[in-house]
Every structure is written in structure tokens, then in C-alpha cells.
Design a protein around this ligand. Structure first.
Ligand code: 13P
Ligand code: ZN
Ligand code: NA
Length: 283
């Protein structure tokens, strides 16, 4: 059965390693990261965005993830990524998700607290994990002046207050990463991670994992990041493998002929991320 991500992430925080949370959009993508986790005996967090939940249906996703967890020797959690809609969160919980993110980070602090508390109450009733965000994970940082940037990053004292005010199980503090591939290197505020980790005992989540240089990921993990979300890089690897099949054979029409190489490429990329996170052998 699928497990809550809380215990996996608490073990990661205590053990000084990180667990990769991989966004998947198709059955083959899900299978690829599950096979990766099995091969290197890593715990795994499968993730879907709200868009993918609407595209596939939460029941289909939860059913596939449940089959994977029942067949697998490694612990697997299923997480709903960035969601600001309480109804979608409840639909996913009902379908069998074992972890959800309530993202009200664009709202004022008090509203973020209220929205998060509401989800924590529902999640605690069924024993699943809740992740919330403080500050804003960028996508637009490049255009911001320093003062603006500072205002977007999570304040360590506010992080401590937020965890106490909400009872949230895992926290995603904005520390300078962004979704997507960076134009240059990301501008990560490592000092801020250290200060947040010293004030907050719940596992911390690193968003925007694609495109962060390996050495910087390792530093984030050392400083206390216990979950790393990876989406864009995996989509690119998967899609590029499919494109390569069609480039070589534009008339290909057997889905297995392009899905199998795509799965293999994604599996290899996921194993690399698991090594980087230090989760290999922790299943
Ligand atoms: P990337 O697309 O940069 O990997 O970010 C993923 C993420 O944070 C999903 O929540
Ligand atoms: Zn994110
Ligand atoms: Na990124």
C-alpha cells in the first residue's frame, strides 16, 4: 500500500539525506521512476500536478501508484503538487493520495495559515502528509531587484511561527530556487536554509529541482532539505527520447517503440537524482 510521506521524510531529515519527488504525467513515467527506486532501493515520492490530476483523473493515478506500491519492495508515497483548491485536495485524498500540498503562498500570511490548517485537519483525520509553502518559489526572479527578491524568500522566524500555527507536516520555504531550467545558475540563499533548518524541525522541501548544479543540491541537502521536487528535467528527458525515435523513423506508429526508450531514459535520469539526493539504499 502507499505510505504517508511524513515518515519517509522524517527519516530523511534525521538521516541527513533527501528523497526525490518526481512529477509524472503518464503511466510509463510512473513506472519508470518506480523501477528506478526499486533498482537502487530508494524510497520514492510520486507526484502529480493539478493539471495532471485533471488530465488523467485522481483515481487512475492513485490506482496505478497503489499497484506499484503493492508490487514493490520500496516504500512509495503519492503526493499532490502545488494545489490551491480545497476541493481538488479532498478529491485526491479520497482517491488514495497519501500526501498533498496546499499552496496558498501567494496569499497574505493569515490566509495561508487558515487554508493550511483546514487541510491539516482533514489530512490528520486520515493520517496523510501535508506540505505548505512560505515565500514564493520563483520563475521570474531574474527580473527582480534584491529588495524584492528578499521579500519573496521565506523568513526563518515566520517559518517557525507558520509550523506552530498550522501543524503542517512538511514545509517548502522559498530560498531562491525557481521552477523550470535556469538561465544561469540559481541564486540559492544557503544561509537562509541553515537558519530555517535551525528553527524548524519538520522536513523541508526544495522546489525547482531541475537545473540546480549537483554541488548546490548536495549543499541544500547537507543544510537540511529532505525532499527535492523534480519535474522539468524529467519531462525533457522523456520527451527527447520519444523525439529521437521519430527523428530516426518518422513513420513509427507502435507506442511501445517510443515509450520503451523514453521509460529507459527517464529511469536512468531518476536514478541519477536518487544518487544525488543520497536516498540510495534507504528503502
Ligand atoms: P522543476 O520543474 O524546476 O524541477 O521544479 C519542480 C517543482 O518544484 C514541482 O513542484
Ligand atoms: Zn514546486
Ligand atoms: Na528548476
Amino acid at each position: 500500500a502507499l505510505v504517508s510521506s511524513t515518515s519517509l521524510l522524517q527519516a530523511a531529515r534525521a538521516g541527513g539525506y533527501c528523497i526525490g519527488a518526481f512529477n509524472v504525467h503518464t503511466l510509463e513515467m510512473l513506472q519508470a521512476v518506480v523501477e528506478a527506486a526499486e533498482e537502487v532501493q530508494s524510497p520514492l515520492i510520486l507526484q502529480s500536478t493539478v493539471g495532471t490530476v485533471k488530465h488523467l483523473g485522481p483515481d487512475y493515478i492513485a490506482a496505478a501508484a497503489t499497484v506499484a506500491s503493492n508490487r514493490s519492495g520500496v516504500p512509495i508515497a503519492l503526493h499532490l503538487d502545488h494545489c490551491s483548491d480545497f476541493q481538488v485536495i479532498m478529491q485526491c485524498i479520497r482517491a488514495g493520495y497519501t500526501s498533498v500540498m496546499i499552496d496558498a503562498s501567494h496569499e497574505p500570511y493569515d490566509h495561508n495559515v487558515a487554508a493550511t490548517r483546514k487541510v491539516v485537519e482533514a489530512a490528520n483525520a486520515v493520517g496523510i502528509n501535508v506540505e505548505a509553502e512560505l515565500g514564493r518559489v520563483g520563475g521570474v526572479e531574474d527580473d527582480l531587484v534584491v529588495d524584492d527578491r528578499d521579500a519573496l524568500l521565506a523568513d526563518p522566524d515566520e517559518c517557525a511561527r507558520f509550523v506552530a500555527d498550522t501543524g503542517v507536516h512538511t514545509l517548502a520555504p522559498a530560498i531562491g530556487t525557481a521552477h523550470g531550467i535556469y538561465k544561469g545558475d540559481p541564486d540559492i540563499d544557503f544561509e537562509r536554509i541553515a537558519r530555517i533548518a535551525s528553527k524548524v524541525s519538520v522536513p523541508l522541501v526544495l522546489h525547482g529541482g531541475s537545473g540546480i548544479p549537483d554541488a548546490q543540491v548536495r549543499r541544500c541537502v547537507e543544510l537540511g532539505m529532505s525532499k527535492m521536487n523534480v519535474a522539468t528535467e524529467l519531462r525533457i528527458v522523456f520527451s527527447d527520447a520519444i523525439k529521437a525515435v521519430f527523428a530516426a523513423n518518422p513513420d513509427e506508429n507502435d507506442p511501445r517503440k517510443y515509450m520503451i526508450p523514453a521509460k529507459q531514459a527517464l529511469k536512468a535520469a531518476a536514478i541519477e537524482k536518487m544518487r544525488l539526493c543520497g536516498s540510495v539504499g534507504k528503502a
